[in-house]
Design a protein around this ligand. Sequence first.
Ligand code: NAD
Length: 260
Amino acid sequence: MKRLENKVAVITGSATGIGQATALVFAEQGATVVCADIDLEKTQATVKQIEQAGGKAEAVHVDVSQVDSVKQLAGHLQSTYGTVDVLFNNAGIDQQGGKVHEYPIELFDQIIAVDLRGTFLTSRFVIPLMLKNGGSIINTSSMSGRAADLNRSGYNAAKGGIANFTRAMAIDYARDGIRVNSLSPGTIETPLIDTLVGGKEDEQGKQFRDANAWITPLGRLGKPREMATVALFLASDDSSYVTGEDITADGGIMAYTWPG
Ligand code: NAD
């Protein structure tokens, strides 16, 4: 028996990276996957990949930072499926902004709007579709929500906020049969780190990857599919007694005082 047979799963930020890998894994496990993203063209490519593998999916445009756009997504889910079983709030952006006294106010607002407020808005409008049957919500926090990075206070604030927002949601909906957990990735090889530090071919990007592999006890960056399988655990009944929890999947970074 596949783990998500007959389930409707909504994944935000599913055009690339962790969201895309999770869409593929959820579809392999029998879910009908609604791939929602601001980049519709790339999301359609994700859907095509799923369909070619024999899975069920559709691409829907959403900007998670915009109330009207999220309401439109929820309206579409209501009229097409009636209920939702799994919501993966994964859409996110990250950028360095400098120290707090130099940090651009617009950038801080933008990161909070997409990462934190986007998680709130999507939950706010999709949860009504989960109240009848219950389900599982997974929010993407980060190891950057548990500890801090240089020059990235906006992202640290957003991801730390998501971790505690997750606990608040878990308490609010426990008696409704909706479990809510967060997933905190370490450094994962996705387009997000290309935009943050440069691609594999750039000198800076290469240095970042080498340094990250060195400080990671498992000795390498994570792969998107390694996050998808953790999301699958949280989405499925395998985690039926887990709620209000943050699962860190970071190759051991948060566990050590010194890697050598
Ligand atoms: P990614 O850039 O590959 O994916 C992010 C996705 O979000 C993209 O498809 C993008 O189009 C979409 N998106 C951006 N803004 C949006 C908006 N306003 N509305 C809807 N969709 C939007 O990056 P990723 O690494 O796969 O990131 C996925 C999540 O994992 C993010 O929340 C990120 O913060 C988190 N994360 C990533 C890492 C890492 O090292 N890659 C580490 C920790 C946490």
